[in-house]
Design a protein around this ligand. Sequence first.
Ligand SMILES: Nc1ncnc2c1ncn2[C@@H]1O[C@H](COP(=O)(O)OP(=O)(O)OP(=O)(O)O)[C@@H](O)[C@H]1O
Ligand SMILES: [Mg+2]
Length: 249
Amino acid sequence: MTSGAATAAAGARLTLRGAVLGRAGAAVLDGVDLDVVPGEILTVVGPSGCGKSTLLRTLAGLLPALGGEVAADGRPVTGPGGGRALVFQEDALLPWRTVRRNVELPLAVRGVPRAERRAVAARWLERVGLAGQSDTYPHRISGGQRQRVQLARALAGEPRAVLMDEPFGALDAQTRAGMQRLLIDVLDGTGATVVFVTHDVDEAVFLGDRIALLGTGRVLDVPHPRDRARRADPATVALRRAVLASFDT
Ligand SMILES: Nc1ncnc2c1ncn2[C@@H]1O[C@H](COP(=O)(O)OP(=O)(O)OP(=O)(O)O)[C@@H](O)[C@H]1O
Ligand SMILES: [Mg+2]
């Protein structure tokens, strides 16, 4: 979020120039040009199968671009890491590790000493409201709680970019709204750049500073980001209509 960008390491700038995305012999998106501005939340929408997950996996460095340029802060993305964290829709926690040890994972990978790892994990679990569950195993908590653990794990590594692939897609409407508020809350002060894929138009309009309509090449500004009170403003209503219309083209 731009509001917190000044208080921490700046978020990453992610750039695609004429990028061809997909798997070898099966390009999904051709000629993608996109600039994700440091510290913004860019939501990404588009019909099923249009390549949203492909885009995120490419930005994460899990899938090489087939052509063109994909860069983070001007350096080509050649593999995972680089301060970019990925949060999946499906539960990507390790079932044999406790909640706390799942959150510690990115720190353990970086060789952060045990005591510090524990302290950081405890702090993030507290922030996502799961301090009391740290010694529990993932299968003993709810789907919404597991997504909160994933969020804590992603942020514990102090990422400069968080790439989120429909992270709240499997949650009921009320839990989802709570997670959206929590996400905004925990991002505050991190300065991290966020790319957030969703097929929920309201979620895209609420969370995003801008919305990328993937496949159309268009990126729309959100008039009142993260302001539920402005939901019925004419500009917001028009934006929602434009996003919905883009699904039919
Ligand atoms: N593992 C894979 N191997 C081969 N092709 C794949 C694979 N995963 C996806 N694809 C193809 O790539 C295209 C884009 O898939 P992608 O998962 O990026 O779409 P998406 O926009 O995320 O869709 P959804 O909204 O359903 O999640 C699809 O047409 C799919 O057929
Ligand atoms: Mg997908």
